[in-house]
Design a protein around this ligand. Structure first.
Ligand code: FAD
Length: 139
């Protein structure tokens, strides 16, 4: 089965609480391990940007669940591509430290220097996440 990489962005829902992030990560890591899905999740308190990689049907099924999750809204698909190999195989779902979403990094990929995933092209979103790999805690 082809390997797929999917990147989307979304906005936190009005009812979202900090503890929801802990619950999302716990359930994501468990379900992703079972489905052999890996990836990264960025969250700045307002926007999510997430990369899922794995088999096509597993990625599609996981994205379908994420789409209907009321803890976020306004989901937009930024990138969906076939890949030769994974970029985030160490992480069942790695949470990018908020401090890593820095102005210098944002300036590379957005006009404002802010974390604005909705304005990113597919290539920018891919490169932005790759740049964040170095900020991830070693496992
Ligand atoms: P059930 O647990 O049966 O949930 C049924 C419905 O309730 C679903 O629509 C679910 O979205 C919603 N729901 C579940 N818990 C809560 C809650 N505490 N508050 C409000 N609504 C709730 N899942 C993954 O498997 N992999 C991921 O990588 C992943 N990433 C996510 C990233 C974000 C930003 C968000 C918001 C969610 C993510 N999830 C991920 C969670 C996913 O959306 C589902 O909640 C989860 O997969 C369980 O879905 P289910 O249909 O099996 O759930």
């Amino acid at each position: 089965m082809s390997l797929i990489q999917l990147i989307y962005t979304s906005t936190v829902s009005e009812t979202f609480e900090e503890k929801d992030l802990t619950a999302i990560l716990a359930s994501a890591k468990k379900a992703n391990a079972e489905a052999n899905i890996t990836g990264l999740l960025c969250f700045d308190g307002n926007f999510f940007m997430q990369c899922l990689e794995g088999g096509r049907s597993q990625v599609n099924a996981t994205y379908a669940k994420i789409l209907s999750d009321k803890r976020h809204q306004a989901l937009e698909l930024l990138s969906y591509s076939t890949i030769d190999k994974r970029s985030y195989s160490q992480w069942e779902m790695g949470l990018v430290p908020k401090a890593a979403l820095s102005r210098p990094l944002n300036l590379l990929y957005t006009a404002s220097g802010l974390f604005e995933p909705y304005s990113m092209s597919a290539a920018s979103a891919d490169q932005f996440l790759r740049a964040l790999r170095t900020a991830m805690p070693l496992l």
